[in-house]
Design a protein around this ligand. Sequence first.
Ligand code: FES
Length: 652
Amino acid sequence: SNDPLVIFMPSGKRGRFPVGTPVLTAARQLGVDLDSVCGGRGICSKCQVEPSFGEFPKHGVTVSPDALSPRNEVEDRYDRIRGLKQGRRLGCQARIQGDIVIDVPPESQVHRQVIRKAADSRTIVMDPATRPYYVEVAQPDMHEPSGDFQRLAAALKEQWDISGVTADTALLHRLQPALRKGEWKATVILHRDHHGTPRILDIHPGFWEGRLYGLAIDLGSTTIAAHLCDLRNGKVLASSGLMNPQIRFGEDLMSRVSYAMMNPGGDAEMTRAVRTAINGLAESIATEAGVDPRNIVETVFVCNPVMHHLLLGIDPVELGQAPFALATSESLTIPARDLDLHAVHPQAQVYILPCIAGHVGADCAAVALAEEPYKSDDIVLIVDVGTNAEILLGNRERVLACSSPTGPAFEGAQISSGQRAAPGAIERVEIDPVTKEPRFKVIGCDLWSDDPGFAAATAQTGITGICGSGIIEVVAEMRMAGIVDAGGLIGSAEQTGTARCIPQGRTHAYVLHDATAEGGPLIMVTQGDIRAIQLAKSALYAGARLLMDELGIDRVDRIVLAGAFGAHISPKHAMVLGMIPDCPLDRVSSAGNAAGTGARIALCDISARARIEEEVRRILKVETAIEPRFQEHFVAANAIPHATDPFPELTK
Ligand code: FES
């Protein structure tokens, strides 16, 4: 035809459209991702595009400056008020006059990709479940006796092609004043989950300029970590964490299950404690980011099965005994108020990732979503280190998962000088093999402890304890410096040749930092600390080995170490300790908080929710608790690094 050719970049999508077609309409018809909140009325300015002029030999077109209609009064008005970036046009106002190449800048893409980590090419796609939609609603009429809600629903159908919307009675309370105040124009906050049921969460009169936010919460047995994200661009505005208050009912999961079994109402008590803590965390994180908690419209949780049940107010007793049946293993989309989450929008929705099995929870699903073992060509072992370690092994053909009870030692609990990752915590350690003198780094300071200026730089925070990644390093360094033997015993001052090894009862302890002269702490690694780390690392290693047996392999191609605690785990130290099987060191990477990243992905992108639900069905679960070989692997892994398994990569 003779209609002008329209080419959208960067997608390259193209088509011919009659003269006078708005750019937004052309984009919609071609399936080009071009944002719009006001439905093309020139109000929201989300549809900005950049026309390109000149010759495009690759596309065989020459674009003249009059290929688009001249600016109209809507654009002029918008430009006067807020300024349209040089060369930009509103896609809903600019009309096609001739062949044209149009750039859609990243800010104008709904599903734009957000870079996750600098070192990682993977991205988060923005496709949040909850978005604002601007609508113009028909006014009531004596002759057409329909309700305001029905006319609103009709407007959403007509203007946004969204049918079957539902809402709570709470919305009906706000509906009539909002529609009248906005003179029958309104912005609807609409939640559409990936199963497709649209639900109106809120309504604002006229065009609403506000922003929507979401919380991604990694609910661990020992710590709770939350990220507050902007639902337009996926940006993390604030992150915060606290200790799980359920610790007072039992340090690990099984002791919490027994608490629920032994004490009538014990499960409800733990449910209350964790919900109160989450409300407090949501409030403080909103304050920190300067965000109105009413605009937090979504929350995603990842957690292990016991936390999952206690969060939902379900007695976890079945999870304490074989066959470890979950109340439900599927994902959940529920109102936040069902979880007594009052610190967010009253109609906010919660999404909980699916559980993989009775011992392998939504946290493991989140790790899988973040690291995507099911897309890997080589065989990858992924361990998420926490009070329970989540372990995944496999490649695009087959993925196995298990969970292993490491206990809270890796998170700094049960360790004499342990603490959670916070400024002042020791996170890196080196011990000179000759002098046995340590140097270390603390969170919040870039200097090593023997650098000039270290004392001044840490004067504010002090040196308060050792965090999870610091514990792994210090024990591994003690082993390499000969302060600890393969059985895990700390030597005396005579045996080790350092006065830092001091007697403690019938055992010894290694003094890492002594600030007692200035009224500060004495930070030591005790024999009890080493024993706790040995138990934790044996459990982790045994779980990994069990999956390797199951897959019939004795070497993995690469390893990803993840953990909510600390910044990053050092691959070398993890291997020296025998936490992970032998593997070339340059094939071991550290991923930080993968479960938290998985929660963020599910928060920002509903298609990721569908994807992980699908993948979880295919993951093969291995139950460590009933597998006799787990116990054998566990005992053999007690030595540092291991009683029998070789670590050739360490001696290279
Ligand atoms: Fe809202 Fe163009 S679509 S201004």
